[in-house]
Design a protein around this ligand. Structure first.
Ligand SMILES: Nc1nc2c(ncn2[C@@H]2O[C@H](COP(=O)(O)OP(=O)(O)OP(=O)(O)O)[C@@H](O)[C@H]2O)c(=O)[nH]1
Ligand SMILES: [Mg+2]
Length: 203
């Protein structure tokens, strides 16, 4: 399997207060190197290398200019609620509406995630309700647990697939340096992270 592209995906995790956004991002992108936390990571999604540039938002940013700014810039949004909070489930609709309003589009790549699926006993929102809401949003749906690591990677891979489906303009993909093309077995994550570091230093 040839891996030919090195593409950055701007993904935002949004949702109500304390639903687990930071835990979710940290579980997928625990950062690397010394110094400030860097919420970026690399993964091979299907046969393409994906560099995730993830923004973990704060719930208090509601209606702020910052929120509009990140919605304008993002390529994919994970809209999160906690299955233990009906309130957070209701709030997801605001994020959905605002995203479409800011993008001025009928659809933008997104994924609905019901987090804290490990807390069965405190469930306030059923999986069926989650699925029905995702259908209304026209997007995919997953229940996940940042605590147990369940479906976290899958959620980030799914949002990349959705961005790819939405934006099939392959000219935005930049080829990998020739030396890094080849079979996945020799495609070491260490090499990719070094590449990422070089890119970061270039900024
Ligand atoms: N049981 C369980 N607890 C979780 C899970 N994800 C997050 N938590 C807990 O929920 C609390 C809030 O998690 P955060 O990751 O800070 O949530 P957040 O959405 O980033 O919170 P704000 O940024 O303050 O809005 C913490 O105590 C986490 O340990 C999960 O999947 N399962
Ligand atoms: Mg947080």
């Amino acid at each position: 399997m040839a891996l030919r592209f090195f593409r950055e995906y701007k993904v935002v995790v949004a949702g109500g207060e304390r639903v687990g956004k930071s835990s979710f991002v940290y579980r997928f992108a625990p950062g690397y190197g010394i110094g400030m936390y860097d919420p970026r990571t690399i993964a091979i999604v299907d046969d393409e290398v994906a560099l995730f540039d993830i923004l973990d938002t704060a719930a208090q940013e509601e209606y702020s200019a910052l929120r509009r700014q990140y919605m304008r810039d993002l390529e994919g949004m994970i809209i999160m609620y906690s299955i233990t909070s009906r309130e957070s489930f209701k709030e997801t609709e605001n994020f959905w509406k605002q995203l479409l309003c800011v993008k001025n589009k009928a659809y933008s790549p997104m994924l609905l995630v019901g987090n804290k699926s490990d807390r069965h006993g405190e469930r306030q929102v059923s999986a069926q309700e989650g699925m029905a809401l995702a259908k209304q949003f026209g997007c995919g749906f997953l229940e996940a647990s940042a605590k147990e690591g369940c479906n976290v990677e899958r959620a980030f891979h799914e949002i990349v697939r959705e961005i790819r489906r939405f934006d099939s303009n392959v000219t935005t993909l930049s080829p990998l340096p020739e030396t890094y093309q080849g079979s996945s077995s020799i495609f070491s994550k260490g090499i990719l992270l070094s590449l990422l570091k070089v890119r970061k230093d270039e900024r």
